[in-house]
Design a protein around this ligand. Structure first.
Ligand code: SF4
Length: 188
């Protein structure tokens, strides 16, 4: 079956990626899951940078995520900011030192060197196939898509650099168009 072969490839790629991630995060005293947390927080929008959204994204328990956040805060990679409108909401923000680490290890050195050998066309083909696979997986599960804002059905372009979220009823900044969102929904 074709899907078995695809599964084998994905599994092997994931193993290689995990091993490479372990190697490069050790240099900064980080565990791969801690790097995943920092990476997520660096690519999500302001509606998704909470412990709750992170827990859903990683599919881990609340306790595990809270422990990871505590460690990252103690290491100076994360800061907590109370929402200006609702004091019950705490936003998680990656610090400058975390951004510096992310720049060095994402994508990991192994992936960087592998992709260097591929043409732009091949890169685009792989990206498109993986996006289709991810969409198919999301379509078969009840999990949130965590897609990029500009691909969301609620994103309305008002013209020029102005965008509006029809779900949350707020204007969107152009800079957040490429960020992922917990409320994202694919166009039907
Ligand atoms: S348009 Fe969609 S992805 Fe963007 S902020 Fe609104 S709900 Fe989130």
């Amino acid at each position: 079956m074709a899907s078995t072969k695809i599964y084998d490839y994905i599994e092997r790629i994931a193993e290689l990626q995990r091993a490479d991630s372990r190697r490069c995060t050790a240099e900064f005293g980080l565990q791969p899951v801690q790097l995943e947390v920092l990476h997520y927080l660096s690519i999500c929008n302001q509606f998704s940078n909470t412990a709750k959204a992170l827990t859903e994204y990683l599919g881990q328990t609340k306790g595990t995520v809270s422990q990871t956040l505590k460690i990252l805060e103690n290491k100076g990679y994360l800061s907590k900011i109370t929402d200006l409108k609702d004091g019950r909401i705490i936003h998680l923000q990656v610090t400058d030192s975390a951004h510096q680490v992310l720049q060095k290890v994402i994508p990991s050195p192994l992936f960087n060197s592998a992709f260097k050998g591929l043409t732009e066309q091949k890169n685009a083909q792989i990206e498109s196939s993986l996006r289709e696979l991810l969409q198919a997986l999301m379509g078969s599960s009840n999990m949130k898509t965590f897609g990029v804002c500009h691909t969301c059905r609620y994103n309305t372009h008002l013209g020029g650099s102005e965008y509006y979220c029809e779900l949350l009823k707020v204007p969107l900044q152009q800079s957040s168009e490429q960020l992922i969102c917990i409320e994202h929904q694919s166009p039907s």
